[in-house]
Design a protein around this ligand. Structure first.
Ligand code: G3P
Ligand code: CA
Length: 232
């Protein structure tokens, strides 16, 4: 039995209520009491780290093309549904103001260097706790880059695979804190096996009350959800 508090992780902020990865969504997750907030990031052509989930802009805006091909001047003019703008990582950091933990999922290519630079700025110059950050990715090469740059930052290994052995091996190699599996692939035995190896299990993305209850019963350590208020 896992006695530590279950971590409620607001998925793309609280995307069940606000436009995903917008500042409003991050604020909503804070308001709903999430313990940690998850955002997705890309590095764009002019070098900034921006908060967005898709490679292409068209699902959430009427702008064309790939986000990584944009300069910040043009991207700052893109309007998302609900009249939101695409935030930069620093906008989210300013908003959370060291008050809630942040899980940064590296979605794009070559993000580790710049993300590490930005976080170090907050940790070293503003005294933020490094424990407030977790870096995750399905792209394990990005995680390897991050670990090489920063031996201390917490890393979580995202996986879609049914079998978790590869993710556990990668978590060992990276000295990670967690393995993050898709909830539909989980069983109580798998959760225990990963935990017995010394890693937390943060599962994504769980929204329906009966699924949330099942994951709690399985003994996971954290749950990504679009509705942070649905977990008591
Ligand atoms: O980190 C959990 C979850 O966000 C991974 O899937 O597609 O929502 O980024 P996705
Ligand atoms: Ca994500």
């Amino acid at each position: 039995m896992n006695n530590e508090k279950l971590l409620v992780i607001g998925h793309r902020g609280a995307m069940g209520y606000e436009t995903e990865n917008s500042l409003a969504s991050v604020q909503k997750a804070i308001d709903l009491g999430a313990d940690m907030i998850e955002i997705d990031v890309f590095k764009i052509k002019s070098g900034e780290i921006v908060v967005f989930h898709d490679e292409k802009l068209d699902r959430l805006s009427n702008a064309p093309g790939n986000i990584e091909d944009y300069y910040i001047y043009d991207l700052s003019k893109v309007i998302l549904e609900g009249n939101h703008k695409i935030p930069m990582l620093q906008d989210v950091l300013k908003l959370i103001d060291n008050k809630v933990a942040l899980n940064i999922e590296l979605k794009g290519k070559n993000t580790a260097d710049r993300v590490n630079f930005i976080l170090n700025n907050y940790i070293e110059k503003r005294g933020w706790s490094p424990d407030n950050f977790v870096i995750s990715s399905f792209n394990w090469d990005e995680l390897k880059d991050m670990r090489e740059l920063n031996p201390d930052i917490a890393i979580a290994v995202l996986t879609e695979e049914e079998v978790l052995e590869n993710a556990v091996a990668m978590a060992k190699e990276l000295n990670a804190v967690a393995v993050n599996p898709w909830f539909k692939t989980l069983t109580p035995e798998k959760v225990k096996r990963v935990q017995d190896e010394g890693f937390k299990v943060y599962t994504y993305t769980v929204n329906e009350p009966e699924d949330l209850q099942r994951m709690v019963d399985f003994g996971v350590d954290g749950i990504f959800t679009n509705y942070p208020d649905r977990i008591q």
